[in-house]
Design a protein around this ligand. Structure first.
Ligand code: NAI
Length: 299
């Protein structure tokens, strides 16, 4: 079965290059009308360029339909305006890929609070801004597909990226609650953790790996996650043609008798507390409380 995006309107943030551009091109090729958002800054978020216009030209040259937007995801009003323009021209917004991002890497010891805030602002608040800007529209349409962009740094950590990692895991958290709030309105929300050779990673990959990790190899997962039959609440990793899922799990744990509810009791039972056999993937925060109640009831 071919996955088509005909008559869908998609917004891709940070689509002036790298992964965002690859998503925008393939969405358009499969029939979507695409808002190509990008302020066209440098990797650290400074400056501006017409990166978005160039991608629109590429889409149009290939026979697709697109509109450029040079707004910053950090400016909520600009995102509201972007959504209004898309609706005015195409009547709705069905897909949002929150992809815009910047890096200001430094060990935490050397990181200025301003660089921490800036990176969190672009990734986490930026994605919340764009999502908020489309949220009511998607609810009213009873249709929405939203993709957040996390990273292995957010899920697992990476030296020198405390700001970036905090923002990226925050996005997986945002996904989980929006999944619950959107379900009733057919709004599905997922997270992708890509690995791709782009300007963000150009100094990390050796040249052969850079080629293997072409952004185009992440596109299939991203597009599936915003398609009509997309799942919801998933965290999917993708890079170089490999695809996997990541989960936030909970071990069965133990119920300690009152006499052992001490730090020493925790130390004594550490192996059982952290034993992963029989772990579950809670679908909401409430499931943690339910699991505790079950233990209290002896089950
Ligand atoms: P990229 O640097 O090519 O793309 C990011 C784009 O976001 C740039 O075109 C930039 O101008 C734009 N942007 C930055 N600040 C913006 C703002 N305030 N408003 C609008 N646009 C803005 O890098 P890449 O690799 O394509 O990154 C895309 C996303 O994937 C980012 O969120 C990144 O953190 C994430 N990611 C990438 C990985 C990789 O291996 N390349 C690994 C994990 C996550």
């Amino acid at each position: 079965m071919t996955i088509s995006f005909k008559d869908r309107v998609a917004i891709v943030t940070g689509a002036g290059g790298g992964l965002g551009r690859a998503y925008a091109l393939e969405l358009a090729r499969r029939g979507a009308k695409v808002v190509v958002n990008d302020l066209g800054g440098a990797r650290d978020g400074t400056g501006h360029s017409d990166a978005a216009l160039k991608v629109v030209a590429e889409i149009e040259a290939a026979g697709g339909e697109a509109m450029s937007n040079g707004g910053s995801v950090t400016e909520y009003e600009q995102m509201v305006e972007m959504v209004a323009k898309a609706k005015e021209r195409w009547g709705g917004v069905h897909i949002l890929i929150n992809n815009a991002g910047v890096l200001r890497d430094k060990s935490f010891a050397k990181m200025e609070p301003a660089d921490f805030r800036f990176v969190v602002d672009v990734h986490l608040n930026g994605s919340a801004n764009c999502t908020k800007a489309v949220w009511d529209t998607m609810r009213e349409q009873a249709y929405g597909r939203i993709l957040m962009t996390a990273s292995s740094t957010g899920l697992y950590g990476n030296f020198g990226q405390a700001n970036y990692g905090a923002a990226k895991l925050g996005l997986a958290g945002l996904t989980k609650t929006l999944n619950l709030e959107g379900a009733k309105y057919n709004v599905r929300v997922n997270t992708i953790a890509p690995v791709a050779g782009t300007r963000m990673t150009e100094d990390l990959f050796p040249p052969e790996a850079f080629k293997a990790f072409a952004p185009e190899n992440v596109v299939p997962a991203a597009l599936y996650l915003v398609s009509e039959d997309a799942p919801s609440n998933m965290i999917i990793g993708a890079g170089a043609g490999a695809f996997h899922a990541a989960y936030v799990t909970m071990t069965p744990g133990v119920l300690l008798p009152e006499s052992e509810r001490t730090p020493e009791g925790i130390a004594a039972h550490w192996a059982e507390i952290t034993d992963r056999s029989g772990e579950i993937v809670p679908q909401s925060g409430g499931e943690q409380s339910m699991a505790i109640l079950k233990l209290l009831q002896g089950g």
